[in-house]
Ligand binder design. Structure first.
Ligand SMILES: NC(=O)c1ccc[n+]([C@@H]2O[C@H](COP(=O)([O-])OP(=O)(O)OC[C@H]3O[C@@H](n4cnc5c(N)ncnc54)[C@H](OP(=O)(O)O)[C@@H]3O)[C@@H](O)[C@H]2O)c1
Length: 268
Protein backbone atom coordinates (compact mmCIF):
# COMPACT_ATOMS: atom_id res chain seq x y z
CA UNK A 1 0.00 0.00 0.00
CA UNK A 2 1.47 3.40 -0.97
CA UNK A 3 1.78 6.15 1.64
CA UNK A 4 -1.37 8.29 1.87
CA UNK A 5 -0.96 11.89 0.74
CA UNK A 6 -1.62 14.35 3.54
CA UNK A 7 -2.74 18.00 3.51
CA UNK A 8 -1.99 19.95 6.70
CA UNK A 9 -4.40 22.85 7.20
CA UNK A 10 -2.56 25.30 9.48
CA UNK A 11 1.23 25.10 9.45
CA UNK A 12 2.14 26.13 13.02
CA UNK A 13 4.00 24.29 15.78
CA UNK A 14 2.08 21.03 15.75
CA UNK A 15 1.96 20.71 11.96
CA UNK A 16 5.71 21.38 11.87
CA UNK A 17 6.34 18.70 14.53
CA UNK A 18 4.19 16.15 12.68
CA UNK A 19 5.72 16.89 9.28
CA UNK A 20 9.29 16.73 10.67
CA UNK A 21 8.47 13.47 12.45
CA UNK A 22 7.06 11.92 9.28
CA UNK A 23 10.06 12.98 7.18
CA UNK A 24 12.50 11.71 9.84
CA UNK A 25 10.61 8.42 9.76
CA UNK A 26 11.39 8.16 6.02
CA UNK A 27 8.26 9.70 4.55
CA UNK A 28 8.76 11.35 1.14
CA UNK A 29 7.87 15.08 1.56
CA UNK A 30 6.49 15.05 -2.00
CA UNK A 31 3.25 13.49 -0.76
CA UNK A 32 2.74 16.19 1.88
CA UNK A 33 0.99 19.54 1.40
CA UNK A 34 0.44 22.35 3.89
CA UNK A 35 -1.50 25.60 3.87
CA UNK A 36 -1.27 28.64 6.11
CA UNK A 37 -2.10 32.34 5.61
CA UNK A 38 1.22 33.28 7.24
CA UNK A 39 4.16 33.48 4.82
CA UNK A 40 6.73 32.86 7.56
CA UNK A 41 5.01 29.62 8.58
CA UNK A 42 4.81 28.53 4.93
CA UNK A 43 8.52 29.19 4.48
CA UNK A 44 9.34 27.04 7.55
CA UNK A 45 7.43 24.13 6.07
CA UNK A 46 8.67 24.72 2.51
CA UNK A 47 12.23 24.35 3.88
CA UNK A 48 11.33 20.73 4.72
CA UNK A 49 10.61 20.04 1.03
CA UNK A 50 6.81 20.16 1.43
CA UNK A 51 4.55 21.99 -1.10
CA UNK A 52 2.86 24.91 0.59
CA UNK A 53 -0.24 26.91 -0.27
CA UNK A 54 -1.85 30.10 0.93
CA UNK A 55 -5.27 28.73 0.00
CA UNK A 56 -6.53 25.78 2.08
CA UNK A 57 -8.58 24.24 -0.74
CA UNK A 58 -5.56 24.25 -3.07
CA UNK A 59 -3.69 22.14 -0.48
CA UNK A 60 -6.54 19.58 -0.35
CA UNK A 61 -6.19 18.49 -3.96
CA UNK A 62 -5.30 14.81 -4.22
CA UNK A 63 -5.00 14.38 -0.43
CA UNK A 64 -6.16 11.13 1.20
CA UNK A 65 -5.92 12.71 4.65
CA UNK A 66 -6.69 16.28 5.71
CA UNK A 67 -5.12 17.16 9.05
CA UNK A 68 -6.64 20.15 10.78
CA UNK A 69 -3.98 21.96 12.85
CA UNK A 70 -5.40 25.46 13.31
CA UNK A 71 -6.29 26.99 16.69
CA UNK A 72 -9.65 25.72 18.01
CA UNK A 73 -11.22 29.19 17.65
CA UNK A 74 -10.47 29.14 13.90
CA UNK A 75 -11.69 25.57 13.35
CA UNK A 76 -15.33 26.29 12.50
CA UNK A 77 -14.73 28.89 9.79
CA UNK A 78 -11.80 26.94 8.34
CA UNK A 79 -13.64 23.59 8.16
CA UNK A 80 -16.86 25.09 6.82
CA UNK A 81 -14.88 26.58 3.92
CA UNK A 82 -13.05 23.33 3.07
CA UNK A 83 -14.18 21.55 -0.09
CA UNK A 84 -13.69 18.03 1.27
CA UNK A 85 -14.41 14.90 -0.74
CA UNK A 86 -16.49 12.16 0.94
CA UNK A 87 -13.54 9.79 0.88
CA UNK A 88 -11.05 12.14 2.55
CA UNK A 89 -10.19 11.32 6.16
CA UNK A 90 -10.41 14.43 8.32
CA UNK A 91 -8.09 14.28 11.34
CA UNK A 92 -8.42 17.07 13.88
CA UNK A 93 -5.87 17.80 16.59
CA UNK A 94 -7.79 20.89 17.75
CA UNK A 95 -8.41 20.84 21.51
CA UNK A 96 -12.10 20.82 22.42
CA UNK A 97 -13.38 20.46 18.85
CA UNK A 98 -15.76 17.49 19.06
CA UNK A 99 -16.57 14.95 16.35
CA UNK A 100 -20.15 16.28 16.39
CA UNK A 101 -18.85 19.77 15.55
CA UNK A 102 -16.73 18.45 12.68
CA UNK A 103 -19.69 16.42 11.39
CA UNK A 104 -21.93 19.46 11.54
CA UNK A 105 -19.37 21.55 9.61
CA UNK A 106 -18.72 18.86 6.96
CA UNK A 107 -20.93 16.11 5.55
CA UNK A 108 -22.65 13.44 7.63
CA UNK A 109 -20.62 10.73 5.92
CA UNK A 110 -17.18 12.31 6.46
CA UNK A 111 -14.68 9.92 8.07
CA UNK A 112 -13.35 11.78 11.12
CA UNK A 113 -10.61 11.07 13.66
CA UNK A 114 -10.29 13.38 16.65
CA UNK A 115 -6.99 13.41 18.52
CA UNK A 116 -5.57 14.80 21.73
CA UNK A 117 -1.79 15.14 21.45
CA UNK A 118 0.45 16.87 24.01
CA UNK A 119 3.35 19.33 23.80
CA UNK A 120 6.22 16.80 24.05
CA UNK A 121 5.07 15.91 20.52
CA UNK A 122 7.33 18.81 19.53
CA UNK A 123 10.27 16.57 20.60
CA UNK A 124 8.61 13.42 19.25
CA UNK A 125 8.07 12.32 22.85
CA UNK A 126 4.34 12.94 22.95
CA UNK A 127 1.39 10.71 23.63
CA UNK A 128 -1.73 11.09 21.52
CA UNK A 129 -5.17 9.64 22.17
CA UNK A 130 -7.33 9.03 19.07
CA UNK A 131 -11.04 8.47 18.60
CA UNK A 132 -12.70 7.59 15.27
CA UNK A 133 -16.29 7.95 14.04
CA UNK A 134 -18.14 5.06 12.37
CA UNK A 135 -17.25 6.21 8.87
CA UNK A 136 -13.52 5.58 9.41
CA UNK A 137 -12.33 2.37 7.70
CA UNK A 138 -9.70 0.03 9.17
CA UNK A 139 -7.21 1.26 6.56
CA UNK A 140 -7.89 4.88 7.57
CA UNK A 141 -7.42 4.00 11.26
CA UNK A 142 -4.01 2.55 10.42
CA UNK A 143 -3.15 5.68 8.43
CA UNK A 144 -4.15 7.96 11.35
CA UNK A 145 -2.13 5.80 13.74
CA UNK A 146 0.92 5.95 11.45
CA UNK A 147 0.65 9.73 11.17
CA UNK A 148 0.41 10.46 14.91
CA UNK A 149 3.06 7.84 15.73
CA UNK A 150 5.51 10.21 14.04
CA UNK A 151 5.46 12.37 17.19
CA UNK A 152 5.26 9.74 19.95
CA UNK A 153 3.03 6.97 21.25
CA UNK A 154 -0.63 6.61 20.34
CA UNK A 155 -3.62 5.10 22.13
CA UNK A 156 -7.17 4.60 20.80
CA UNK A 157 -10.33 5.25 22.80
CA UNK A 158 -13.84 4.11 21.88
CA UNK A 159 -15.70 6.76 23.85
CA UNK A 160 -15.10 10.34 22.75
CA UNK A 161 -16.11 11.51 26.26
CA UNK A 162 -12.87 9.91 27.53
CA UNK A 163 -10.97 12.63 25.67
CA UNK A 164 -12.00 15.10 28.42
CA UNK A 165 -10.27 12.97 31.05
CA UNK A 166 -7.35 12.41 28.68
CA UNK A 167 -7.05 16.16 28.13
CA UNK A 168 -6.86 16.51 31.93
CA UNK A 169 -4.23 13.77 32.32
CA UNK A 170 -1.89 13.96 29.32
CA UNK A 171 -3.04 17.03 27.34
CA UNK A 172 -2.53 19.43 30.25
CA UNK A 173 -0.22 16.97 32.06
CA UNK A 174 3.17 18.42 31.08
CA UNK A 175 2.20 21.64 32.91
CA UNK A 176 1.68 19.78 36.22
CA UNK A 177 5.19 18.35 36.04
CA UNK A 178 6.54 21.82 35.20
CA UNK A 179 4.63 23.14 38.23
CA UNK A 180 6.22 20.55 40.51
CA UNK A 181 9.67 21.18 39.00
CA UNK A 182 9.24 24.92 39.52
CA UNK A 183 8.29 24.36 43.18
CA UNK A 184 11.27 22.00 43.70
CA UNK A 185 13.67 24.54 42.17
CA UNK A 186 12.27 27.23 44.48
CA UNK A 187 12.67 24.88 47.46
CA UNK A 188 16.28 24.14 46.47
CA UNK A 189 17.01 27.87 46.29
CA UNK A 190 15.36 28.50 49.68
CA UNK A 191 17.50 25.71 51.11
CA UNK A 192 20.58 27.63 49.94
CA UNK A 193 21.43 26.22 46.48
CA UNK A 194 22.29 28.43 43.50
CA UNK A 195 19.25 28.64 41.15
CA UNK A 196 21.01 27.01 38.16
CA UNK A 197 22.18 24.07 40.29
CA UNK A 198 18.67 23.64 41.79
CA UNK A 199 17.24 23.66 38.24
CA UNK A 200 19.73 21.10 36.91
CA UNK A 201 19.19 18.77 39.88
CA UNK A 202 15.39 19.05 39.55
CA UNK A 203 15.11 18.57 35.81
CA UNK A 204 17.58 15.66 35.67
CA UNK A 205 15.73 14.05 38.59
CA UNK A 206 12.41 14.40 36.75
CA UNK A 207 13.90 12.84 33.63
CA UNK A 208 15.46 9.98 35.63
CA UNK A 209 12.22 9.32 37.51
CA UNK A 210 10.19 9.27 34.25
CA UNK A 211 12.71 6.87 32.71
CA UNK A 212 12.53 4.59 35.77
CA UNK A 213 8.73 4.52 35.50
CA UNK A 214 8.77 3.71 31.78
CA UNK A 215 11.76 1.39 31.61
CA UNK A 216 11.11 -0.71 34.73
CA UNK A 217 7.34 -0.79 34.00
CA UNK A 218 6.85 -0.64 37.79
CA UNK A 219 3.84 1.39 39.01
CA UNK A 220 4.96 4.79 40.39
CA UNK A 221 3.37 3.99 43.79
CA UNK A 222 5.71 0.98 44.15
CA UNK A 223 8.73 2.92 42.91
CA UNK A 224 7.96 5.57 45.52
CA UNK A 225 7.67 2.94 48.30
CA UNK A 226 10.96 1.40 47.12
CA UNK A 227 12.87 4.65 47.64
CA UNK A 228 11.24 5.52 50.99
CA UNK A 229 13.25 4.11 53.90
CA UNK A 230 11.53 4.18 57.29
CA UNK A 231 12.65 7.20 59.28
CA UNK A 232 14.55 8.63 56.29
CA UNK A 233 14.54 11.94 54.39
CA UNK A 234 12.11 10.90 51.63
CA UNK A 235 9.61 9.69 54.22
CA UNK A 236 9.82 13.04 56.01
CA UNK A 237 8.98 14.89 52.77
CA UNK A 238 6.18 12.51 51.75
CA UNK A 239 4.61 12.72 55.23
CA UNK A 240 4.44 16.48 54.83
CA UNK A 241 2.78 16.10 51.39
CA UNK A 242 0.25 13.60 52.81
CA UNK A 243 -0.60 15.86 55.74
CA UNK A 244 -1.42 18.60 53.20
CA UNK A 245 -3.71 16.09 51.33
CA UNK A 246 -1.66 16.63 48.17
CA UNK A 247 -2.94 13.45 46.50
CA UNK A 248 -6.57 14.62 46.82
CA UNK A 249 -5.60 18.11 45.60
CA UNK A 250 -4.13 16.57 42.43
CA UNK A 251 -7.34 14.58 41.87
CA UNK A 252 -9.45 17.76 42.27
CA UNK A 253 -7.15 19.71 39.94
CA UNK A 254 -7.57 17.13 37.17
CA UNK A 255 -11.35 17.08 37.75
CA UNK A 256 -11.33 20.83 37.10
CA UNK A 257 -9.31 20.35 33.91
CA UNK A 258 -11.71 17.66 32.62
CA UNK A 259 -14.70 19.88 33.41
CA UNK A 260 -13.08 22.78 31.55
CA UNK A 261 -12.43 20.54 28.54
CA UNK A 262 -16.15 19.71 28.45
CA UNK A 263 -17.31 23.31 28.78
CA UNK A 264 -14.79 24.52 26.18
CA UNK A 265 -16.41 22.17 23.65
CA UNK A 266 -19.83 23.64 24.50
CA UNK A 267 -18.53 27.17 23.88
CA UNK A 268 -17.53 26.48 20.25
N1 LIG B 1 0.77 22.65 20.84
C1 LIG B 1 0.38 21.51 21.41
O1 LIG B 1 1.11 20.80 22.09
C2 LIG B 1 -1.00 20.99 21.23
C3 LIG B 1 -1.45 19.93 22.01
C4 LIG B 1 -2.74 19.44 21.79
C5 LIG B 1 -3.52 19.98 20.78
N2 LIG B 1 -3.04 21.03 20.05
C6 LIG B 1 -3.88 21.61 19.03
O2 LIG B 1 -3.17 21.76 17.85
C7 LIG B 1 -3.71 22.87 17.13
C8 LIG B 1 -2.57 23.68 16.58
O3 LIG B 1 -1.76 24.14 17.68
P1 LIG B 1 -0.35 24.83 17.41
O4 LIG B 1 0.32 24.92 18.73
O5 LIG B 1 0.33 24.19 16.25
O6 LIG B 1 -0.87 26.31 16.98
P2 LIG B 1 -0.16 27.38 16.04
O7 LIG B 1 1.33 27.24 16.12
O8 LIG B 1 -0.79 28.69 16.32
O9 LIG B 1 -0.58 26.90 14.57
C9 LIG B 1 -1.81 27.17 13.96
C10 LIG B 1 -1.52 27.69 12.57
O10 LIG B 1 -2.75 27.81 11.86
C11 LIG B 1 -2.66 28.98 11.09
N3 LIG B 1 -3.97 29.47 10.65
C12 LIG B 1 -4.75 30.45 11.20
N4 LIG B 1 -5.86 30.63 10.46
C13 LIG B 1 -5.77 29.77 9.43
C14 LIG B 1 -6.60 29.49 8.30
N5 LIG B 1 -7.74 30.16 8.12
N6 LIG B 1 -6.22 28.54 7.44
C15 LIG B 1 -5.08 27.86 7.61
N7 LIG B 1 -4.24 28.08 8.64
C16 LIG B 1 -4.58 29.02 9.55
C17 LIG B 1 -1.97 29.96 12.01
O11 LIG B 1 -1.50 31.07 11.26
P3 LIG B 1 -1.36 32.49 12.02
O12 LIG B 1 -0.16 32.37 12.88
O13 LIG B 1 -1.22 33.46 10.89
O14 LIG B 1 -2.63 32.69 12.81
C18 LIG B 1 -0.86 29.09 12.57
O15 LIG B 1 0.27 29.08 11.74
C19 LIG B 1 -4.59 23.64 18.10
O16 LIG B 1 -5.95 23.47 17.73
C20 LIG B 1 -4.34 23.01 19.44
O17 LIG B 1 -5.52 22.92 20.23
C21 LIG B 1 -1.80 21.54 20.25
Amino acid sequence: MSDPSIAFIGAGNMAHALISGLIDAGRDPQGLHASDPDEGQRNNIRALGVRVFENNNAALEGADIVLLAVKPQAARSVVQALELRHSQLLISICAGVAVRHLREWTQATQPIVRCMPNTPALLRAGITALCANEQVSDAQRSQAQMLLSAVGRVVWVNEEADLDAITAVSGSGPAYFFYLMDAMIDAGVRLGLPADLAATLTVETALGAARMATETKTPPGILRANVTSPGGTTEAALKSLDEAHTHEHVVSALREAALRARTLAEEL
